[in-house]
Design a protein around this ligand. Structure first.
Ligand code: SF4
Length: 309
C-alpha cells in the first residue's frame, strides 16, 4: 500500500515476485531469505526473532494455505494515519501489483517476509492494545497486499473481532472475491486504494487490470460495508482531470464511501528501488504542488464526496 510514512522493516531481505514461492529465487539478483517459523510452544512472538522449529518448506506451505501462519513485513504498534484513531498496523508481505510509485517494493515478495503464527501475531497485537484502545483505534492490516494471504488475514480479523477490536483492511481490492460476505462482517472498515479510472491508466500505473478492483468496490457498496477511498496523485500518471473525475464520479455512486483521501506522491521509497536494482520510472517526478493537490481534492468534493486531508 501507499502510505505517508515508512513502515519499519522487519526483514532485511528484498526482492520482486508474486505468490508464496518454495525456497529462494535469485531472478532479481537479490538473495532471498526464507525466514523461520517461530516455535508454537513459545507464547510470545518477538518480531525480530529468528526462531526455528525445523518445519520443511512444504509443511510451511500447508500452514500458509490454511492461514495458520503468514508472512509479515513489519508491525507498527501505534499509527495515526491508517484508519480511525490510533491503530496497530500489521504489514503483510506479498503484492501482485507493481505500482510505478510503490514506496515499499520490499513488500512485493511473500517469502521476503517473516513467518508468524496467528496466535503469536495476536499476542503482539494485544500486548500493545493499551496504547490505542482508549483512542477509538484498532488494528489495520496493510501490506503489500494483505489478500495475497487471505487465509491468514481472515483469521487475524476473526480473532480481533472476538476480542472486540475494530478492524480495517487496506487493500487494492483485486483479490476481494476471496473474502466471503461473512469475512467482510469481520472487517469494520475497508481502505480501498483506487489507482486510476480507465483500464488503460490502471494498467499503466499498476501493471494489472482494473476489473476485479471495481467488482470488489461494487460488492462493498451493495453490502453496505464502510469504506474509505484512497487515491494517490502522481504527476504524469494520475493527475489527468478526466481520470480524477472518473474515479470521483464512480466513488460517488457508492453510498458506503464515508470519505476520500487524496495522497500526494513522494519519493520516500526511491532508495528501495535503487537498492533492489529495479528500474524506477519516477526518479525525476516531483511531488504534486499544493495547488494541484487542492485542485484534485476539489474535484472529489465537487462529486459530492467527503474529502479528508
Ligand atoms: S498495491 Fe502493491 S505495488 Fe501498489 S503501492 Fe500497494 S504494495 Fe505497492
Amino acid at each position: 500500500m501507499f502510505v505517508r510514512r515508512e513502515p519499519v522493516a522487519a526483514s532485511p531481505a528484498e526482492g520482486g515476485g508474486n505468490l508464496p514461492e518454495q525456497g529462494g529465487d535469485a531472478s532479481d539478483g537479490v538473495p532471498i531469505a526464507v525466514h523461520p517459523l517461530p516455535s508454537r510452544a513459545n507464547a510470545h512472538l518477538d518480531l525480530d526473532s529468528k526462531q526455528h522449529d525445523g518445519l520443511s518448506d512444504s509443511e510451511i506451505q500447508a500452514l500458509v494455505e490454511v492461514g495458520e501462519v503468514g508472512f509479515l513485513h513489519s508491525f507498527d504498534a501505534g499509527s495515526g494515519i491508517d484508519g480511525p484513531g490510533l491503530r496497530a498496523v500489521l504489514w503483510t508481505a506479498g503484492c501482485h501489483f507493481r505500482c510505478v510509485y510503490c514506496h515499499n517494493p520490499d513488500t512485493w515478495k511473500v517469502r521476503n517476509g517473516r513467518l508468524a503464527t496467528v496466535d503469536d501475531t495476536m499476542g503482539e497485537i494485544v500486548k500493545y492494545r493499551r496504547f490505542w484502545r482508549n483512542a477509538a483505534g484498532g488494528v489495520t492490516v496493510s501490506g503489500g497486499e494483505p489478500l495475497v494471504q487471505t487465509p491468514f488475514v481472515r483469521r487475524i480479523f476473526r480473532a480481533c473481532k472476538r476480542l472486540g477490536i475494530h478492524t480495517a483492511l487496506d487493500t487494492n481490492g483485486a483479490l476481494g472475491a476471496q473474502l466471503s460476505d461473512a469475512d467482510l462482517l469481520d472487517i469494520d472498515l475497508v481502505l480501498l486504494d483506487l489507482k486510476a479510472y480507465t483500464p488503460q491508466a490502471h494498467l499503466r500505473v499498476t501493471g494489472q487490470a482494473i476489473d476485479r478492483t471495481l467488482a470488489f468496490a461494487a460488492r462493498l457498496a451493495a453490502l453496505g460495508r464502510p469504506t474509505w477511498v484512497r487515491y494517490v496523485l502522481v504527476p504524469g500518471f494520475t493527475d489527468d482531470p478526466a481520470e480524477i473525475d472518473g474515479v470521483a464520479a464512480l466513488a460517488a455512486t457508492w453510498p458506503n464511501v464515508a470519505r476520500v483521501e487524496v495522497l500526494p506522491f513522494h519519493q520516500l521509497g526511491k532508495f528501495k528501488w535503487e537498492r533492489m536494482g529495479i528500474a524506477y520510472s519516477l526518479s525525476d517526478t516531483e511531488s504534486p504542488s499544493r495547488d494541484a493537490l487542492a485542485a484534485a481534492r476539489a474535484r472529489f468534493r465537487a462529486a459530492g464526496l467527503r474529502v479528508v486531508v
